[in-house]
Ligand binder design. Structure first.
Ligand SMILES: C[S@@+](CC[C@H](N)C(=O)[O-])C[C@H]1O[C@@H](n2cnc3c(N)ncnc32)[C@H](O)[C@@H]1O
Length: 472
């Protein structure tokens, strides 16, 4: 989803040459494979795939290893034809991009990446150390940087979070995500009983499945009070008929016993909440009318609660930004307004910009229940402190939306939004690696031309959106 737009945001350019890439929602590896193809093995040296779902890792691992090997084979004839900078022909085969898989929650991305050694022999000194040297910083910064310098933490050039559930998960009735398929009311994205990803064949060190949810959708539906269910369906489902849906669920479980399958829940909800949603398409192209299934919003609410999606996302964005190297980019695709709000606010905060939650944050920081007692000077000082603590900028003033063609091809894409953040401190990126844009342009099959075209498209997008990341 939004593949071209993600590739445009992460395309190589003179100022951005990713050598390390983390896909925090690997899924079937579609975006990750495209990143391998876009950057090629001489530029992209390490790809880390993270997913809570062992099934996704087991499927994507071998695919990525094969794709990386194919890219290396493709790059080799090019290498033999092209003299390197010194004028002598490059020697030896090109080793494929290293693939590493980690099973875990991207909310724990700092801990996960702290377990991945920084490949110093291949990539040279850790970028955070180099940046600390450049800015001859304080003892605290140097200590932190030195501590992290042995690992990938602080050395990630590009990261993607493509949030939500995958088609693979939706289409598997055994996972219980879809009201269209009968199956157990489960909805856990990662299940502790699925084991780890060591079978993925990618030389992967699988992370212990430490933070897998144990709560299932059936637990919620059958044990929560009517009031708690109603609140959940209102807040996470944004369902207007929240009271009625909760009442129906409770009545069904009282009359017929526990609801254990997706079809039992769908039948309990009945046709109560059926409504027509219409309006201008997100891609801005005219209006579109579509009926959503009455169970859609309740299923969404349960999935969010089972997987603590919003809580996890609130931790994941700052953690992902902390893991970036100077000049690194984080791209996030969200699928509903609740997710997008968390992404937008977290990025704005990291960019030192105001967010609608500032009043509360200011009140907490200034030590009062309400910031109304704070003087104007206190408030200004707080805002200046926020600005001074900025670690980067939001590249997408407004979110990037899928084009009409993608929405026509895949209606699920209609609510997708892409936002991109860039950490300060890039100075040409990479260092030591081949020039990504030149390499991409040099590769056969037009891939390079595509990369250059994408990078131009993205630069245009940046110009249109403006450099400031204001609240959208
Ligand atoms: C929309 S799919 C990603 C598809 C992928 N970009 C591709 O091209 O194939 C989302 C994936 O993220 C995983 N996921 C969801 N929440 C996660 C979390 N908190 N931490 C890690 N993985 C997560 C899901 O298991 C799923 O495989």
């Amino acid at each position: 989803m939004l593949l071209d737009e993600v590739l445009a945001a992460l395309a190589p350019s003179a100022a951005f040459r990713p050598r390390t890439y983390v896909d925090g929602t690997l899924g079937a590896g579609g975006h990750a494979s495209a990143m391998l193809g876009l950057h090629g093995p001489r530029a992209l040296r390490l790809l880390v795939g993270v997913d809570v779902d062992a099934t996704a890792l087991a499927l994507a691992g071998p695919r990525l290893v094969a794709a990386a090997a194919a890219e290396a084979r493709r790059a080799e004839p090019q290498q033999q034809q092209q003299p390197d900078v010194g004028g002598s022909p490059s020697a030896g085969p090109i080793s494929p991009t290293a693939i590493r898989l980690l099973r875990g929650n991207h909310a724990d991305v700092e801990r996960l990446l702290a377990g991945v050694p920084w490949p110093e022999a291949e990539l040279g000194p850790h970028p955070a150390l180099a940046a600390a040297d450049r800015s001859s910083s304080t003892t605290t910064t140097t200590t932190t940087t030195t501590k992290n310098a042995a690992t990938l933490l602080g050395g990630v050039d590009a990261m993607l979070l493509d949030l939500g559930v995958s088609s693979m998960q939706i289409d598997d009735p055994g996972r219980g995500f879809s009201f269209m398929r009968d199956g157990p009311l489960d909805m856990r994205m990662g299940r502790a009983e699925d084991g780890d990803a060591n079978g993925a064949g990618a030389g992967a060190g699988a992370d212990a499945a430490s933070s897998q949810p144990t709560l299932t959708a059936a637990d919620i539906v059958n044990t929560w009070s009517e009031a708690a269910l109603a609140e959940l369906i209102r807040d996470y489902g944004e369902e207007k008929m929240w009271r009625r849906v909760a009442a129906r669920i409770v009545r069904a479980r009282e009359e017929k016993g526990p609801l254990l399958t997706t079809s039992q829940l769908t039948a309990a909800i009945g046709r109560t909440a059926l409504r027509s949603s219409s309006g201008a398409s997100r891609s801005g192209g005219g209006s579109r009318s579509s009926e959503i299934h009455p169970a859609t919003r309740t299923f969404q609410a349960l999935r969010i609660a089972v997987n603590d999606e919003l809580g996890g996302l609130g931790r994941a964005i700052p953690a992902a930004i902390a893991a970036l190297a100077p000049g690194g980019r984080l791209a996030v695709i969200s699928f509903h307004s609740l997710e997008d709000r968390v992404v937008k606010h977290a990025m704005l905060r990291a960019a030192g910009k105001p967010t609608p939650d500032d009043e509360l944050a200011m009140a907490q920081a200034l030590g009062g229940a309400s910031s109304s007692s704070a003087t104007a000077a206190d408030r200004d000082a707080w805002r200046l402190g926020r600005e001074a603590a900025a670690v980067g900028r939001v590249l997408t003033r407004r979110p990037v939306l899928p084009g009409e063609a993608e929405v026509a091809r895949n209606p699920r894409a209609r609510s997708a939004k892409l936002r991109v953040f860039e950490k300060f401190g890039g100075g040409g990126g990479g260092g030591g690696g081949a020039d990504g844009e030149e390499e991409a342009a040099a590769r056969d099959g037009g891939g390079g031309k595509k990369a250059t075209h994408r990078s131009k498209k993205w630069r245009r997008l940046e110009e249109e959106e403006g450099e400031e990341g204001g609240a959208a």
